[in-house]
Design a protein around this ligand. Structure first.
Ligand SMILES: Cc1cc2nc3c(=O)[nH]c(=O)nc-3n(C[C@H](O)[C@H](O)[C@H](O)COP(=O)(O)O)c2cc1C
Length: 300
C-alpha cells in the first residue's frame, strides 16, 4: 500500500497527547498496539513541536514509541504545519508514517479556529519535505471525488477519507461555542461509505491511484470488512476504542482487539478472501440512502 505495510487492516487512530491524562491513555493504547501488532497514530503533536523544550508534553507522545519500539507509528500534525515542524513530529516518534489531518468544519465551529484554508500547497510541501509516507486524513466529514483528485494531483499517495458516522467534531466544538450555534452542521460532509464511493469514482480512471484508507464510525469487525469492500486498504478506529478503554478499562480493550482480529479472519474466510485487498473485488449491493447518494452523484 504505497510504501506502508500493515500487519492488520485496522489500526488505532489519532487521539491524544499533551497532558498527564493523555500520557496514560497513549501508554495503554501503545502497549496494546505492540501486543496485537496494530499500527497506531499519535494525537496531534502541534503542542509538542511548539513547546519542544517541555519534557512532560513531549513524553506524553514519545511513550507511544517507548511502548512499541518495533511497531508502525504514525506521527500527526495539522495541514497548516510547516515542513520543519512536520519533520520534528516524525523525528520525535521515529514515526514510520506522517498523518496530516484536515478539519475545516471543526475549525469553522471552533471559537478560536482557523478561518482560511490555504492548505493544499502546504500539504504538497510536506509530502516533498518529509522522508516517510504521508497520509492526508479528514477527521470525520468525508471527502468528495474532487477533494481526492486534488490531493492526488498534489502528490499525496495515501488518503484517509475519514467520514461522518462516528466522533462528530461539529457537535463537540459547538457545545463550547457560546457565541454562535452550528448544530445545523451536524450532518455536514460525506458519511464514511459515501466518501469511499467518492474515492472509488475518483481513482478508477487514474493510472497510478493513491491508496485509500477510511475512518469514522467504525465500531465492529463487520464495519472494517464493509470499508474493505468499498475499497479501503486500512481502517482507523478512534472513538470506539477510546470509549471501551475509558469506560471498561484496558483489559476490556485488550479483549475487544483480540475478538476483532479473530472475527475478521473468520469473516474473510466466509467471503473467500485470503487478503484484505481481495475484499474490494467482492460484489456489493447498495440500499437506501447510500444507493440514493450514489445515483445522484453518478458514482456507480
Ligand atoms: C478524543 C479524540 C481526539 C482526537 N484527536 C485527534 C488528533 O489530535 N488528530 C487527528 O488527526 N485526529 C484526531 N481525532 C480524530 C480521530 O482520529 C478520527 O479521525 C475521528 O475521531 C473519527 O473516527 P471515530 O469515529 O472512530 O472516532 C480525535 C478523535 C477523538 C475521539
Amino acid at each position: 500500500m504505497q510504501g506502508l505495510q500493515l500487519e492488520w487492516p485496522f489500526y488505532i487512530e489519532a487521539m491524544t497527547g499533551g497532558s498527564p491524562e493523555s500520557l496514560r491513555i497513549n501508554e495503554q493504547l501503545a502497549a496494546l498496539a505492540a501486543k496485537y501488532q496494530l499500527a497506531m497514530a499519535s494525537g496531534s503533536q502541534s503542542i509538542a513541536v511548539k513547546h519542544s523544550d517541555n519534557a512532560d508534553i513531549r513524553r506524553s507522545f514519545t511513550v507511544i514509541r517507548e511502548q512499541n519500539p518495533d511497531g508502525i507509528v504514525f506521527a500527526n500534525v495539522g495541514a497548516h504545519t510547516g515542513v520543519g515542524r512536520a519533520r520534528m513530529a516524525v523525528e520525535m516518534l521515529q514515526a514510520n508514517v506522517l498523518e496530516v489531518h484536515v478539519n475545516a468544519a471543526q475549525e469553522i465551529v471552533m471559537p478560536e479556529g482557523d478561518r482560511g484554508f490555504y492548505w493544499l500547497e502546504n500539504i504538497a510541501s510536506i509530502v516533498q519535505g518529509v522522508d516517510v509516507p504521508v497520509i492526508v486524513k479528514e477527521v470525520g466529514f468525508g471527502m468528495s471525488r474532487r477533494d481526492i483528485e486534488r490531493l492526488s494531483e498534489a502528490g499525496v499517495r495515501l488518503i484517509n477519507v475519514g467520514g461522518r458516522g462516528g466522533t462528530n467534531f461539529v457537535l463537540i466544538e459547538n457545545a463550547r461555542n457560546e457565541d454562535l450555534d452550528f448544530s445545523e452542521l451536524e450532518t455536514w460532509g460525506q458519511s464514511t461509505p459515501e466518501a469511499l464511493l467518492e474515492a472509488q469514482a475518483a481513482t478508477q480512471k487514474m493510472t497510478n491511484p493513491p491508496a485509500i484508507l477510511a475512518t469514522g464510525g467504525v465500531r465492529s469487525p463487520l464495519d472494517v470488512i464493509k470499508a474493505g469492500m468499498l475499497g479501503a486498504c486500512a481502517v482507523g478506529v478512534a472513538g470506539y476504542f477510546l470509549n471501551v478503554l475509558l469506560s471498561q478499562g484496558s483489559n476490556a480493550l485488550d479483549e475487544t482487539v483480540d475478538c476483532w482480529q479473530r472475527t475478521l479472519v473468520r469473516m474473510m474466510t466466509l467471503l473467500g478472501c485470503k487478503s484484505f485487498s481481495e475484499l474490494s473485488q467482492c460484489d456489493v449491493v447498495l440500499t437506501g440512502n447510500l444507493l440514493e447518494y450514489a445515483k445522484q452523484r453518478h458514482l456507480r
